[in-house]
Unconditional design. Structure first.
Length: 253
């Protein structure tokens, strides 16, 4: 009932796996002031973590975003054939030479990759030494469990013992808890499987901002000018208990 009342009028009954839906979401992100400011903060935060160098930076799942405005020469990619991207690809088979990338960046994309171990193997191959995977992804806390399990359309399964999930549609298939499972709950397993990689930092964040923005499927609950006020409140909170997202930086040793 709640979701139906607040649904964005442009996104009712859309097919998530249709490239036209990704194009629609791109327009929504740019038009909603609160949501656009949130993405701008995400992009600035990821850009600040980029390793030095002249090699390329690849964005995976770029279809709905505008990260290219923050990183000159960014290679944008998506699994769908979307307008405005540079390369259509699967994260499980990256068409780049060994050691040719200095970073791979993503926002809200890793939890849609059904075989994350295969992606990590490809990332190791393509990244230069000292390169990084930099992500902003959903996170698990007592608060986020309530929200993602009851008010979000994507599967959210922190109890899953597997890193993989059944692959249906590229965007409709997901496990929103997957980043937390790999980089927090199963950190020791990750370090054992991928000794070439090191989790440099995990920064839990944003218990309310994305909710207030309405994301890409709901109406915004706040105007753009209220963004800084809400972010100042959030930064005073204990994020381990409240976070809905996290910025994760993984280095290639």
């Amino acid at each position: 009932m709640f979701h139906k009342l607040l649904s964005h009028p442009c996104t009712k009954n859309v097919d998530l796996d249709d490239p036209a839906t990704t194009s629609l979401r791109r327009r929504i992100i740019r038009q909603k002031g609160f949501l656009r400011k949130l993405y701008e903060e995400w992009y600035r935060g990821i850009a600040a973590e980029l390793p030095a160098g002249k090699k390329s930076v690849l964005e995976i799942g770029a279809g709905a975003g505008f990260f290219h405005e923050f990183i000159p020469g960014l290679i944008t990619s998506d699994i769908l054939s979307c307008q405005g991207i540079d390369v259509q690809l699967s994260a499980l088979k990256l068409p780049f030479a060994t050691g040719s990338l200095r970073a791979i960046v993503m926002t809200d994309a890793l939890h849609h990759i059904p075989h994350v171990e295969n992606f990590l193997e490809e990332a190791i191959r393509c990244l230069q030494q000292g390169g990084a995977i930099i992500l902003i992804e959903p996170w698990v806390s007592w608060w986020s469990k309530i929200i993602y399990s009851n008010f979000h359309h994507e599967p959210f399964m922190p109890e899953s013992r597997e890193w993989n999930f059944h692959s249906g549609g590229p965007l409709s298939s997901a496990n929103g808890a997957l980043p937390w499972i790999v980089f927090e709950r199963d950190r020791a397993v990750f370090e054992n499987k991928f000794p070439e990689l090191k989790v440099r930092s995990v920064e839990p964040m944003m218990p309310f901002s994305y909710l207030l923005s309405g994301g890409v499927s709901l109406r915004s609950l706040m105007p753009g000018f209220a963004y800084d006020f809400w972010r100042s409140l959030e930064k005073k909170m204990q994020m381990k208990r409240w976070a809905m997202f996290a910025k994760i930086v993984v280095e290639r040793k």
